[in-house]
Design a protein around this ligand. Structure first.
Ligand code: SF4
Length: 353
């Protein structure tokens, strides 16, 4: 059996788990190709204008899956205690049904860690029954998937490269002999190394925007040409938790929590020269978290820029803004405490570009 897995949205954070899970059930996983223009256009045709960009891309990737026996669209409700994924994650199997080719069935599974491991296993057994697998086989596959995900998360660090890591995982899933995660090669391509540079910039945003090179017009690579780039995805969970203070209520959404906690850590870090927040049109959680972080950034007088992506974002505009921002950060670094020509007063209210 060959299952189609769209290279979008949940792929960026949770693919290692599902790859390990299906690999140990002896099921082949075929991912859609990296995003290209046709995928984006196909996605736009099947979604409403108000939908956020990652969901539009997901609709395009679903249509790009050919010659598969089923398309896998999980309902990832909650990935840790007391938090939920964004509601758009929850409704994926139904809301994007129109993008699924009529001749291909949809396979789904609920993942709700809020209800504990026992419930997660129970829900996975429902998927197992559809696949003709026993409870014991599902249990073993779950443990293996968990190990793959853990290994993937632990491998994140300054020299970590997402594309490289995903290629490695996809390569392992095509091998017939079983390979344990600790034996996956840990090579880092020279091109992608986060070399030591004078400028230190933090790029904040969902992994499915930051690592989606087509939609973000290669922003990460462009930034790496000029600066050492830190990503919030590299921050350990304990560190995220330690930087969630200052809120009247706990953050409810997993991604919002990660962005706010890790973002806060970088805002407070005096070695970081500037912060870029990458968001997309139509993202509900970002509209709130972006503002909360902007307030913190103002207090710390750090250069800050928000880039909002949608399907119309043009390369020329992005490059101009990026160059202007990096110029400003560099000037500020050379002349410590540099404030723009508008002066202190404006700077204290808004230092966003
Ligand atoms: S968190 Fe934002 S970008 Fe992500 S799925 Fe939800 S609305 Fe879309």
């Amino acid at each position: 059996m060959k299952i189609g897995f769209p290279r979008a949205l949940f792929y960026f954070d949770y693919f290692p788990f599902w790859a390990g899970f299906f690999y140990h059930l002896g099921i082949e996983v075929e991912t859609s190709p990296p995003t290209h223009r046709q995928i984006m256009e196909d996605g736009l045709k099947k979604t409403s204008d108000e939908t956020c960009l990652p969901l539009k891309l997901l609709a395009g990737h679903i249509q790009a899956l050919k010659d598969v026996d089923a398309i896998f669209l999980p309902r990832m409700v909650s990935m840790e205690e007391n938090t939920y994924n964004c509601p758009k994650f929850l409704g994926i199997p139904e809301s994007l049904l129109s993008a699924v080719p009529p001749e291909i069935p949809v396979l789904s599974a609920v993942i709700n860690w809020r209800k504990g491991q026992r419930q997660v296993l129970k829900d996975l057994r429902v998927l197992g029954m559809q696949l003709g697998k026993s409870g014991a086989e599902i249990h073993r596959a779950f443990l293996e998937g968990h190990e793959w995900q853990q290994h993937y998360q632990d491998s994140r660090g300054r020299k970590w490269d997402f594309e490289e890591k995903m290629r490695e995982i996809e390569y392992v899933t095509r091998q017939t002999q079983k390979i344990k995660p600790e034996n996956f090669s840990m090579q880092v391509s020279e091109n992608h190394q986060n070399c030591q540079k004078d400028l230190k910039i933090t790029l904040i945003g969902h992994s499915y925007l930051v690592q989606e090179c087509y939609a973000n017009l290669n922003l990460l690579q462009r930034l790496r040409e000029h600066a050492e780039v830190n990503l919030i995805q590299h921050v350990e969970r304990e560190d995220v938790e330690a930087h969630l203070s200052g809120l009247r209520k706990k953050l409810f959404w997993s991604h919002a929590k990660q962005i706010y906690g890790a973002g806060n850590k970088f805002v407070e870090d005096p070695t970081i020269d500037g912060i870029i927040y990458l968001t997309c049109f139509g993202c509900g959680t970002d509209s709130m978290v972006q503002e909360l972080l902007a307030q913190k950034v103002r207090k710390h007088h750090k250069p800050y820029m928000v880039i909002t992506l949608d399907e119309h974002t043009g390369e020329a505009g992005l490059v101009t803004r990026l160059e202007a921002f990096l110029d400003m950060v560099e000037r500020r670094k050379v002349r410590e405490g540099y404030v723009s020509a508008y002066g202190e007063c404006l700077d204290s209210h808004s230092n966003t570009l």
